[in-house]
Ligand binder design. Structure first.
Ligand code: ZN
Ligand code: ZN
Ligand code: FE
Length: 746
């Protein structure tokens, strides 16, 4: 017999850790206690040494899904205390880790088994859940997290559920949303007019779907519009939703079904079937399915609620699922709002009476090296904190504008918000403001400092200015691309100086011009702009972001090529030669736009980044390269004119467009590598972080890091937050943290 004192550090509170330990201790027949501490849990165990070692080995192996174990410290002693049993000790000061709130977790295997078991009392019950699964974040009104402060407060537990809830041996022990057909929420089905239809709601929904109708379905964080995966129905849905070209996601019955349409690697399958259930962007097996997505990827997710599972069967194996929102407003999440606003769009409504408290869109990712590479980090991930060493102060970072998100920090943990959307929209801005208040309350954070973008017109910057005054706290304005750089540094736990290759569409520069094809060098405290790309005049300013043939004309004219073939070329030429309403931009996104239009892949776009997405999709295998030339200093400019000239010439000669797309991107990869070499020469720094929305281009992401590594650089990409503007808030936060630390030193 031996006694062990064990300290487990990490995120182990509020994730079902103590009941897990209780069960594990019992299987090993050990005695002692466990209690929460400020950094994790502490326990003492007595029993045979072999058993205790077995227990310790099992902890990281079998821990609950959400637990994040950072360290296990063990000390053995021969002095026994002769514990009589195993106890969970109540700690008086349940600290902030106890206020951790779990993301929404997809239905677990045990619950799925019961859902399909005719003898189970929850057979086919669409709200079945347990300690390991079910809704969390989206049903919470307030803290502390217990049933009374969630949407489940309307549903008092029946005696059977109550018994399970209080039994530590039961797999529903302390599962706040626990319920059953006796006591829990119910589904119902409304027709297109909002009248409830008699009969089994889910069966009616299935009949509607099979008949080719479009229905709204209430999910975890909002409503989806769903229909069968059929070209004509998809057309109808696009027409009704006025969503002309944006891709639709698919929900597939299972991974096997996804494999019929897309290549699914082992790693992708793991994320696809994992408990967070994001939409995974998978490469299509063949070009085709253009009615779903016009590029080479298809967003696929698997069912994540019991309700979803009940929709599928031998007769339905995949459904188009798109979030129910209209022209950039937030996702709908209330029953009456859906019925009102989706009239004429949805032919029916599969709803229920459990309220969604917080909107949370589906997450969206690629899988790289077995990990999510986010385009959108939202449902299933938020609001779980990201551990960021050095983020000890309480800071509110307000994010950017189009892909707004915010961050709040506390004791080296950063709480990043879910996907919020475009703040230019009034409803979205309201949701943004109320979510900031919600997060502050949930995680008990009163910021001592605020951070925002330098752009004076971002709604997030205005909000930050207002609040910093109201709360009487300092405001730190962080340059857009510096924030991208800091975000990728924090994402990788970097502290020293780095080179930041930051490519995106648009960001406000320190000189008031628009930046976006940048190579910076610096750290959290500051940066130097080493390289950029030759500025592109944008005829008509914002208009050029949609009418990208304008940018094509601008690039061609500047490169000395002919451009008369493009519409309105005369007027635009006049604007350019007079310099009238032609703001200059060094945005990499604009270079992609222009190239896509020159190659006639697309001349007018219907959503942000479409030109770049389609250019990537059109690329084939080709090793070719255009000239890479630089001029100027401070910053050194990449001269894209020789590239454009050569590309245009080849286009005129009738070369394959797929080859030209590849050569264009190969050239940018070479240019990026050269930029970093220039920065290294100047600063001696060898670490490179890659950030900015342009790095959602998988052609570039598969090649640029390797090219940099061949030149001896150490390369860091995003891992935990998005590389696009959604990730900016994390970088702002770290830049503001550096300002606070500097002040302290003075
Ligand atoms: Zn479960
Ligand atoms: Zn019940
Ligand atoms: Fe950006």
């Amino acid at each position: 017999m031996i006694r062990a004192h064990i300290e487990i550090q990490g995120i182990v509170q509020g994730v079902g850790f103590r009941p897990f330990i209780h069960k594990l201790v019992k299987t090993y027949g050990l005695r002692g206690y466990i209690k929460n501490t400020s950094s994790g849990v502490e326990m003492e165990l007595e029993g045979p040494e072999e058993e205790i070692n077995g227990f310790i080995a099992d902890v990281p192996e079998k821990a609950p899904k959400l637990a994040l174990i950072e360290e296990i410290k063990t000390e053995f002693s021969g002095e026994l205390r002769n514990f009589e049993d195993f106890r969970i000790l109540k700690s008086r000061t349940e600290e902030f880790r106890n206020t951790l709130i779990s993301p929404d977790i997809c239905i677990c295997d045990d619950c799925l088994r019961e859902l399909r078991d005719k003898t189970d009392r929850r057979y086919r019950y669409p709200f079945i859940n347990c300690t390991n699964c079910g809704p969390r974040f989206t049903i919470i009104k307030d803290i502390p997290y217990d049933r009374a402060k969630t949407s489940m407060s309307d549903f008092p537990m029946c005696p059977d559920c109550d018994r399970e809830y209080h039994d530590i041996e039961d797999r529903r022990y302390h599962a706040q949303p626990d319920c059953c057909p006796e006591c829990g929420p119910k589904v119902f089905f409304l027709d297109g007019e909002g009248n409830e239809l008699p009969g089994e709601a889910i069966e009616t929904a299935r009949e509607y779907l099979k008949a080719g109708k479009i229905i709204a379905i209430k999910g975890l964080g909002g409503m989806h519009l769903a229909c069968r995966c059929d070209e004509n129905i998809a057309k109808t849905l696009r027409h009704r939703k006025q969503r002309d070209e944006k891709p639709f996601a698919l929900m597939c019955r299972d991974a096997e079904c996804a494999k019929k349409l897309c290549h699914v690697s082992e790693e992708e399958e793991k994320i696809l079937t994992g408990f967070r259930r994001p939409i995974v962007l998978l490469r299509k097996k063949e070009r085709g399915l253009e009615f779903l997505s016009e590029n080479e990827y298809l967003g696929i997710m698997l069912p994540y609620t019991p309700l979803h599972y009940l929709l599928f069967g031998d007769d339905i194996d995949m459904l188009i699922m798109t979030s129910a929102n209209l022209s950039d407003t937030p996702i709908m999440y209330k029953n009456h709002e859906a019925v009102q606003n989706l009239r004429g769009i949805a032919d029916g409504f599969l709803l229920h009476n459990r309220d969604i408290q917080t909107r949370c869109d589906d997450s969206l990712c690629w899988v790289r090296n077995g990990k999510e590479y986010f385009a959108r980090r939202s449902r299933g991930y938020v609001p779980f904190p990201i551990k960021v060493e050095g983020s000890e102060s309480r800071i509110l970072a307000c994010g950017a504008e189009q892909k707004a998100s915010f961050c709040l920090s506390k004791e080296n943990y950063v709480f990043q918000s879910q996907h919020i959307g475009d703040l230019k929209n009034v409803e979205t801005l309201e949701n943004y403001e109320s979510q900031i208040e919600h997060f502050k309350r949930l995680f008990d954070i009163k910021p001592v400092c605020a951070a925002c973008d330098m752009h004076p017109d971002y709604m997030s910057s205005r909000y930050a200015a207002e609040k910093s005054e109201e709360w009487n706290i300092p405001l730190v304005k962080v340059q857009h691309h510096h924030a991208h750089m800091c975000s990728c540094m924090a994402d990788n736990g970097l502290k020293g100086k780095v080179i930041g290759l930051i490519w995106d569409g648009t960001g406000y520069g320190t000189d008031g011009t628009v930046w976006g094809g940048e190579c910076l060098a610096g750290d959290y405290a500051g940066f130097e702009r080493i390289c950029s790309i030759r500025e592109i005049p944008l005829p008509g300013g914002d208009k050029a972001a949609k009418e990208i043939y304008r940018t094509a004309i601008s690039l061609l004219r500047d490169s000395g090529c002919s451009f008369e073939e493009f519409e309105n070329s005369e007027i635009i030429e006049k604007m350019l030669s007079a310099g009238f309403n032609c703001p200059k931009s060094s945005g990499m996104g604009r270079l992609f736009d222009g190239a896509a239009a020159i190659l006639r892949i697309k001349t007018q776009t219907s959503y942000e980044g479409q030109g770049a997405v389609l250019l990537e999709a059109a690329a084939g295998e080709d090793e070719g390269l255009y000239p890479v030339e630089f001029y100027n200093s401070a910053p050194v400019r990449f001269d894209w004119r020789p590239m454009i000239r050569q590309m245009y010439k080849e286009k005129q000669e009738g070369a394959e467009i797929s080859a030209l797309c590849a050569r264009f991107m190969n050239t940018l990869i070479k240019a990026g590598t050269e930029m970093c070499k220039i920065a290294r020469e100047k600063t001696g720094i060898n670490s490179v972080v890659l950030s900015g929305g342009s790095f959602q281009n998988m052609y570039i992401m598969e090649r640029l890091p390797k090219a940099l590594e061949r030149e001896g650089f150490e390369v860091f990409c995003h891992r935990r937050v998005a590389c696009n503007d959604e990730g900016i808030s994390l970088g702002q936060l770290m830049a503001a943290q550096a300002v606070i630390l500097n002040k302290k030193e003075i």
